[in-house]
Design a protein around this ligand. Structure first.
Ligand code: PLP
Length: 327
């Protein structure tokens, strides 16, 4: 039996599940539903908010006065952390990877708005970002401030617990909606979300197969990274799950031009989904997952008689700095 530590409620849950009627018809495949984790909040939108509930509770238990985290310059995780910090009365310091010198737009605009301390670091420096964050925490400690460090994407075993609870939420929703999903499809960026879903599937006996579509790196990288998070969760929280790495479904092939970069087909798909369903996908994660889903339907992985739950993991602010690609 597993034991979950206390959390600090930040997300508006349960998030709705809706059917994408028109998109399902257009793709001529399974019935597609969408889990609206873009509605966990307005500013605090997206999957990181569920992870932060556990991470922030721990920071508060430890008496932290400040949160330190990292990410790309348009990091949804860093933005959600900065907002959540403001909400609970903590300061925040973000180390953001930036090669060009970015406009204060999208997520970075929100970071500034809520008063986060932002430091830009180069891609080379970012390779040692964990060391940098710990050095920064020591600098604060020397000034008498206790910092709590959150690794990239909040993808620790503790953060992943947010998605254990999210799976329990979907199990309850399947009962009330009288629908049974055969598959769940989600974007994968740092692995915590998928790790949590897999732990939740086993903990609550969910039947749906869980598929992650990676937006960077490759399948072996994420099988390793997610296995490590699962192993840590078993050790720390008592989960009982044996998942061979090969059963960890990562659907590779949709990174496209690279992390945070877009092909024109992806931009067109964002427009299509917006215009057919009134749903706004983000350019870094959810559009690549949707592109993968569409392509895998074409290739026959998901069939007409099945039901697929597409997990919208948020990220809307990342769209605005990309406006130039659209029209
Ligand atoms: C971070 C993020 C993901 C990926 O989640 P991980 O837990 O990092 O794998 C997916 N979608 C959005 C919008 C994100 O911000």
């Amino acid at each position: 039996m597993f034991i979950l530590p206390e959390r600090y409620v930040l997300a508006h849950t349960p998030t709705p599940i809706e059917k994408l009627e028109r998109l399902s018809q257009l793709f001529e495949g399974p019935e597609i539903y969408i889990k609206r984790d873009d509605l966990t909040g307005i500013g605090k939108t997206g999957n990181k908010v569920r992870k932060l509930e556990f991470l922030i509770a721990e920071a508060l238990r430890e008496g932290a006065q400040l949160l330190i985290t990292c990410g790309g310059v348009q990091s949804n995780h860093a933005r959600a952390t900065a907002l959540a910090a403001a909400k609970v009365g903590l300061a925040s310091h973000l180390l953001l990877r930036d090669s060009a010198g970015s406009d204060i737009d999208g997520n970075l605009f929100i970071d500034r708005l809520v008063g986060a301390e932002v430091k830009f670091i180069t891609p080379q420096e970012y390779e040692q970002v964990n060391d940098l964050m710990h050095h920064l925490a020591e600098d604060y400690a020397a000034k008498g401030m206790k910092a709590y460090v959150i690794p990239e994407g909040g993808s620790t075993a503790l953060g992943a617990l947010g998605y254990v609870l999210a799976i329990e939420e979907v199990c309850r929703q399947m009962k009330t909606l009288r629908v049974e999903f055969d598959h769940i499809v989600s974007a994968v960026g740092s692995g915590g979300t998928l790790a949590g879903m897999l732990l939740g599937k086993s903990a609550y006996g969910m039947q749906a197969q869980i598929h992650g579509i990676n937006v960077c790196d490759d399948a072996p990288y994420f099988q390793e990274r997610i296995s490590n998070i699962i192993r840590e969760a078993k050790r720390k929280f008592g989960f009982d799950l044996n998942l061979p790495k090969k059963d960890l479904n990562i659907i590779d092939g949709y990174v496209g031009k690279g992390y945070g970069l877009n092909r024109q087909e992806e931009i067109e798909l964002i427009k299509l989904v917006a215009q057919m369903e009134g749903i706004i996908l983000d350019p870094v994660y959810t559009v690549k997952a949707m592109f993968g889903l569409k392509d895998q339907i074409r290739k026959g992985r998901f069939t007409k008689s099945e039901k697929v739950l597409f997990w919208h993991t948020g990220g809307i602010f990342g769209l605005f700095p990309k406006r130039g690609l659209f029209f």
